[in-house]
Each structure stands twice: as structure tokens, then as C-alpha cells.
Write a protein that binds this ligand. Sequence first.
Ligand code: FMN
Length: 280
Amino acid sequence: MCLQLLILYFSGTGNTRFIAERLSDALTDRNHVVELQSIERYRPSDFEKFDMMLLGYPVYACDMPKFLTEYLQKLPLTKPMKIITFSTLGFYGGNAARKVGKRLYSLGMIPMYSREIRMPGSDGLIFLNKDSKTVHSLQTRDFNAFPPIKKAIADIVEETEKARANQTVFVPPMKLGALLTGGLLRFLYTAIERHMKRKLWATDACTKCQLCAQICPSGNITVLPSAVQFGSVCFLCMRCVNQCPSEAIQIGSATRGKFRWKGPGGNFRPAGNSIFKPLP
Ligand SMILES: Cc1cc2nc3c(=O)[nH]c(=O)nc-3n(C[C@H](O)[C@H](O)[C@H](O)COP(=O)(O)O)c2cc1C
């Protein structure tokens, strides 16, 4: 039986979007009806028509991005919605999947399955030299054929189909080791993030093209004739730094002349005017 599926995601630098697109293709191939939407542009009105939702997010500081939780809290849920989560992360998510599962359950959803997928770490790529080995290996990797990604997609498709007849809530078990490591990482990330947000600026290479202002998910950037201003609500999604056509946007000086990541397909282009506004 064909399922009506909503794939809802947020992606700062293209990793999560890449997975969401692959999932959409794989589920469509299985004859399901799939709607693929970024939270930045989707304000559900006919949410009820879906049998299940697949939610994708990047792991930030061993958790789901805070703004995504706020978005989910405002979804107009009138029936318990089965939900499958997929998250992309650089190296370690701690107890993120468990925290998210519990949160979704408390919001009236039925978490059925969750999957973490390792991708290039968007928090560190902009500090890499363009001619480094890591950059070379990322640029030459065929992410479509990459076995761990193919396996993750196949597993999520299988679990989505199994979830059709199932009602069992699944929240990943607590990883005891992650209590300490995850806690430490969260502490470190929070301190580093606070520091990085304050260091955003644009060099003279800026052409005032306005792209950064258009694609910033929190509407945090204002391009004036004389300067680029960064406000106080940065999500640190790394989109502006990576997408700036003249590579003018920097975090401090360590990112000057360094690598810019355009997503696994090398073609991530967040839609213009996609400014994220919280649901009313
Ligand atoms: C602010 C920030 C915090 C992050 N925190 C973590 C983390 O705790 N653990 C991890 O493994 N990766 C972390 N990452 C890496 C991202 O989760 C990873 O690169 C993800 O695939 C990015 O997805 P996107 O391209 O869809 O935005 C972080 C990245 C950013 C920008």
C-alpha cells in the first residue's frame, strides 16, 4: 500500500538536504507519495493528509538545533503523527537521538525509528586549506555511491514501510558513555559557538549582492551600501560563509582563503528569500 509521506528537514550547508533528496527518490521509487519540504518555507495547513513524517536535521552540539524544536512545538498537530528521524553529523552525536525521540513523544508524536548519518562536519570545513587531503577526498567522493549513505537510505526506507503497520514507540536507549562525553562536548560547543558568532564579518571582496541576507535562515544579515551587519540571532548554520559567491564572509581571520563547502553534490543552493519565520 502506498504511503503519503512528508519529508521535512533543515539543512545549513547541504548535507541533510542531500540525504532528504536521496530518501525522497528512494521512497518515490517504492511508489510512495512524497512531499519534500524545508522548514524554512513550509507552513503546514494540510498536515493531516500524511501517514507519516520523516524529519531530517543536522546535529548541533549533540542535539537537534534549538530553532527546529521551536518550529515543531508550533506544528498544528491534531492527531498523533508517526515520525522517523534522520540526522547528519560530523563525528559524534552523544544522546541527541534519544533526546529528540523523547521530545517528539512529549509533543504528541510517535517516534518510530531514528538514524544518524556521518557527513562532512560543517563546523570545521571552512578552516581547511583548499589543497588539503581532506578537501581533496571530499571533492572526489561520490556521495551517491558511498556505501554508508546507501545503507542508511535503504534502512530508513525499510523502517518507514515497517512503521506503517506498527504502533510501537521507539526512543533510542541512553548511551551511558555519552553522558560524560556528550555533556563535555555540549559545554565546549556552546562556548565555541558563542565565540564564533561574534567573529562573523565580511571582507572588502563583498559585492553587496545580498545573497547572504536572502538565504540566512534567521534573517540575521543586513547588507548596507557601506557594510554587512550581523545581528544577534545567528544559528551558526554556516550557510552564509559557505555560499558567499566572493568568499567574503569570514569567521575571524582563520577562514580567509580556506575551503567553502557546497554540499555533497557540490551544488547546494538554498532558495532565496527563504527567511525562517516562526510559525504564528
Ligand atoms: C553549530 C554546529 C554544531 C555542530 N555540532 C555537532 C556535534 O555536536 N556533533 C557532530 O558530530 N557534528 C556536529 N556538527 C556538524 C554537523 O552536524 C554536520 O556537518 C551536519 O551534517 C551539517 O548538516 P547540514 O549540511 O545539513 O547543515 C555541528 C555543526 C555546526 C555548524
